[in-house]
Ligand binder design. Structure first.
Ligand code: PGA
Length: 262
């Protein structure tokens, strides 16, 4: 049996811990790269996918996983941070993935929060995704408030790439990466919910007790813009790979990658 209610279409896989979550996600991504070397990947930042990227780097170095034809589009970026700022998502992606694999620089796309005309830049980002043939596999994290990308609660389900104001919850959650709350930017560029939903396959990762409520609401709660990730219930191929702690508030029974110890 799987799923908590009739309408649930999100597949959930519960892993023992963060590292098992990371390895499983990396294995799925590596498999799709091997089956389609010029795959278009949608990528996420934050603490959650770091282990997955570390595993992909290991696979590149030890197993020859080839990124030479891979095309990437990142979900989001802060507005106003220089691209080489240590907390910019440009910098994050270089440090955690791009500097360590054989991806071509011209195949990397990350929204530019320093663009002079941000609205035009957002339109062009959408165009670039279309021109690349659309996103084959989108990797996501989830915020404690249920956000995906920087689509905060209240984001319309039909939203596209745009400039958004960050909520205080998100700014406070991300302040740990900055010197102080004041240094966290107030705005960001994010792919919209409609942009994300157009990806052919979606993998959402979540780890830890502080994500349990958002995960339960996204998977088993009502579909509502108050919980942006709940829109994923309508996606035909969406899998949540989450560790036991992040799964602890789910009521339904789901696939586990480990046997329960007693
Ligand atoms: P985190 O962020 O991985 O740093 O917890 C996830 C998110 O806000 O999407």
């Amino acid at each position: 049996m799987s799923g908590g209610s009739e309408s649930v279409s999100i597949k959930v896989v519960i892993t023992k811990d963060y590292w098992e979550m990371s390895r499983l996600a990396a294995r799925i991504i590596a498999d799709v790269i091997r089956s389609k070397p010029n795959i278009v990947l949608g990528l996420a930042t934050g603490g959650t996918p770091e282990g997955c990227y570390r595993e992909l780097v290991r696979m590149h170095k030890e197993e020859g996983l080839d990124f030479s034809q891979v095309i990437t589009f990142n979900l989001d970026e802060y507005v106003g941070l220089p691209l080489d700022h240590p907390q910019s998502y440009h910098h994050y992606m270089d440090v955690h993935l791009f500097n360590h694999v054989n991806i071509k620089r011209e195949n990397i796309h990350i929204p530019d929060g320093t663009a002079e005309d941000l609205e035009k830049h957002c339109r062009e980002y959408e165009e670039a995704i279309k021109k690349a043939g659309g996103i084959d596999l989108q990797l996501l994290g989830i915020g404690r408030n249920g956000h995906i990308g920087f689509n905060e609660p209240g984001s319309p389900f039909n939203s596209r790439t745009r400039v958004v104001k960050l909520t205080e919850t998100t700014r406070r959650d991300n302040a740990r990466f900055f010197g102080s709350l004041d240094e966290v930017p107030t705005h960001a560029i994010t792919m919209g919910l409609a942009t994300i939903m157009e990806a052919r396959k979606i993998l959402l990762l979540a780890s830890g007790l502080n994500k349990a409520e958002a995960v339960a609401k996204a998977v088993e709660g009502p579909k509502t813009p108050d919980v942006p990730a709940s829109i994923l219930q309508d996606h035909p191929d969406c899998t949540f790979i989450i560790d036991r702690e992040a799964a602890s508030k789910l009521k339904g029974r789901y696939e586990k990658t480990f046997s329960d110890e007693r």
